[in-house]
Ligand binder design. Structure first.
Ligand code: FAD
Length: 315
């Protein structure tokens, strides 16, 4: 274990809670729903709820996760502005892909009958094949199922025809949070972002729906300009961001153009899971600690106001 990882693991709970506070809706489904309702009613923002769970290694723990998701599907009811996201390893992917598929089918049966979209998040590259294989298998029966592609990975360009051909898929495109080695992934953010832009065009050309998941305002502006140039109607894309990242000005500009903005809203059922999640994110991406510190300062002093101009809506 590196010194950095050890230091993060030793961080006192109250500090982790300060770090996690803006990013997590709370420690119950009710709190997550209340957050989603407020975001929609006050700012017109959509949500995708994500139940945090860590270190799932036993089938009985997976059952618990499934129960929580089934409850969430019931509770969402007819709120069309809420979807769900989940990590395939929460459903047993690391233990056995066939078990994961059976568990997902249990969930999807109910979600599909209620027209509630579920997105399979993308984890480390060792799970990419299995996740995309699950997607290709399950999507034809479940038209509300989505998944994620990471522009950090070289393979994404080939995964689009290989796994998504003919599916009219629902794809969240992001950089990818997990560090990956230089043999398989871009190491510079500028390269990941250029690849993001190229893969977005490729996905649209192949007829897929794309959720543009980034907080980089210049990249968002470029992507929205591409939608305009390619005459992509707003039914075929949305912009996604994480709860807690202060982007309200640009979110408002985008929603005013009739383009949906959806926030990723994590919630826990115990603070232990929330602490574990926050620590894992910090280990994976220590820059996040800087972001949080900068964001707290930004809110405090009103610094670094957004200057990015979005392209005007096409007529
Ligand atoms: C809705 C959504 C879902 C995602 N799902 C996945 C997934 O399934 N798999 C996966 O690997 N990755 C996922 N990610 C993470 C994504 O891959 C990136 O790691 C993350 O969004 C940061 O990249 P960026 O495009 O915002 O660009 P960056 O250049 O990293 O960030 C641009 C700016 O945004 C701000 N910012 C970015 N992230 C944060 C943060 N966490 N806190 C505070 N400020 C921040 C900073 O000001 C930063 O300078 C998801 C991201 C979003 C928005």
């Amino acid at each position: 274990m590196s010194l950095r990882t050890r230091l993060i693991q030793m961080t006192p709970r109250f500090l982790v809670r300060i770090f996690a506070g803006p990013y997590i809706a709370g420690n119950s489904l009710a709190m997550a729903l209340a957050k989603a309702d407020t975001l929609f009613q006050n700012q017109g923002l959509h949500s995708t709820l994500d139940l945090l769970g860590e270190g799932i290694q036993h089938e009985k723990d997976i059952d618990h996760e499934i129960q929580q998701y089934l409850e969430a599907i019931d509770a969402i009811g007819d709120r069309t502005y809420i979807t769900l996201s989940l990590k395939p390893t929460q459903m047993g992917l690391a233990m056995d892909p066939a078990l994961c598929q059976r568990n997902l089918e249990r969930l999807l049966e109910k979600a599909t009958s209620r027209c509630i979209p579920i997105t399979l998040d993308m984890e480390e590259s060792r799970y990419t094949d299995a996740t995309l294989e699950l997607y290709r298998t399950l999507r034809p029966k479940h038209p509300y199922l989505g998944t994620v592609l990471q522009s950090r990975l070289f393979r994404t360009k080939n995964d689009i025809p290989r796994y998504l051909d003919g599916l009219q898929a629902h794809i969240r495109l992001c950089l990818g949070i997990y560090p990956e080695p230089p043999e398989i992934a871009f190491q510079q953010k500028t390269e990941m972002k250029e690849n993001f832009y190229q893969r977005l065009g490729q996905l649209w050309d192949a007829g897929h729906f794309v959720a543009i998941a980034t907080h980089d305002e210049a990249l968002i502006a470029r992507c929205l300009q591409l939608a305009k140039d390619k005459h992509i109607p707003p039914e075929r894309y949305e912009v996604q961001m994480l709860l807690g990242v202060p982007r309200s000005a640009i979110q408002q500009q985008i929603t005013q153009q009739g383009i949906p903005v959806r926030l990723y809203v994590p919630y826990a059922t115990t603070w232990d899971h929330a602490y574990a999640y926050a620590k894992r994110r910090l280990v994976e991406n220590p820059q996040m600690a800087l972001y949080v510190a900068r964001n707290i300062l930004r809110q405090f002093f009103g610094l670094f106001r957004t200057k990015t101009a979005l392209p005007p809506r096409s007529s």
